[in-house]
Design a protein around this ligand. Sequence first.
Ligand SMILES: Nc1ncnc2c1ncn2[C@@H]1O[C@H](COP(=O)(O)OP(=O)(O)OP(=O)(O)O)[C@@H](O)[C@H]1O
Ligand SMILES: [Mg+2]
Length: 337
Amino acid sequence: MKLRNRHLLLLWMLVCSGTTEAIEPISTSIAVGVAAALTGFLATHQNIFCYIRECCRPEWISFNRTGLQTDLENKLFGQHIASRIILKAVNGFMSNDNPKKPLVLSLHGWTGTGKNFVSKLIAENIYKEGMDSSFVHVFTSTLHFPHSSQNATYKSQLQQWIKGNVSNCERSMFIFDEMDKMHPGLIDSIKPYLDYYDKLDGVSYRKSMFIFLSNAGGESIIETALNFWIAGRDREEIELKDLEKALSLSVFNNDKSGFFHTSLIDKHLVDFFVPFLPLEQKHVEQCVMAEMKARELEPDRDVAEKVAGDLHYFPKSDRAFSTKGCKAIQSKLDYYL
Ligand SMILES: Nc1ncnc2c1ncn2[C@@H]1O[C@H](COP(=O)(O)OP(=O)(O)OP(=O)(O)O)[C@@H](O)[C@H]1O
Ligand SMILES: [Mg+2]
């Protein structure tokens, strides 16, 4: 109001003085002043807004490299290969201000080995709000795209959704769970967003991150891990190259896997395939100890051994790997406490 009154007063003074030629430059400068004041007001308003609520700005989105490294070292058990790849991939991508394409990670492995868990760790070390961030989006095939008869609708919704979210914030993260159960046509519909385009319809997707989770290849990873176990070799001796061949045979050439019917592979749109190893009893014990800590209980090794010892392992004779990984230990722990 104050601003408006001053504006009117100045105009009135000019009209009274009769200097009409002077009106134009002076009114222009007033307009500039008003615009500047308005911009300042909006910027302050926006700053206050972003102080309180999550915005697509560095205060809310910034990568904590040491945080991710510490979390991977201390919280993720038995996944030396996945830890290494993820830290390198995310660090490289987040420290690049001008990436050529979005980061696409594909996490593979047996149930309960930490694929969702790792996605959460990544989100927590990028977004202040972690998985609750409005820039982190999770899709689960069986939940969000259950009926293949509606694929055409899903396709356009998914494309609109991705476009809308990336237009809103270029540092968006998309997690696709149960990727192996997703219809190939639907996967193909997100392909353009993963590619090396500068912009698509005016939107750049190059700073977004896509994480695909699946059990595809889990059995072949187990086979390799079991061979090391039987040979009495250390688990940490397993290298990515030991798993790559098995993964490619069982996943990339498997015509039952919906994921790999698509051209994601031939087009090299996935930047990293990340294998998750099956978990041993000692890792399950670590998960139980972590769960006790999370509940602010005094970690008790005896309880952890009991909980882990009563779970199922395979092959039955060796009890090498946990059938459900670290899944369901939360409810099991309730029973033992
Ligand atoms: N390697 C691990 N290190 C630490 N905790 C783990 C690990 N694996 C699983 N967990 C724990 O078990 C829970 C379930 O694991 P998660 O949901 O990540 O499994 P998943 O690999 O996604 O399995 P699925 O293929 O069935 O979806 C996690 O929330 C975490 O608490
Ligand atoms: Mg999962």
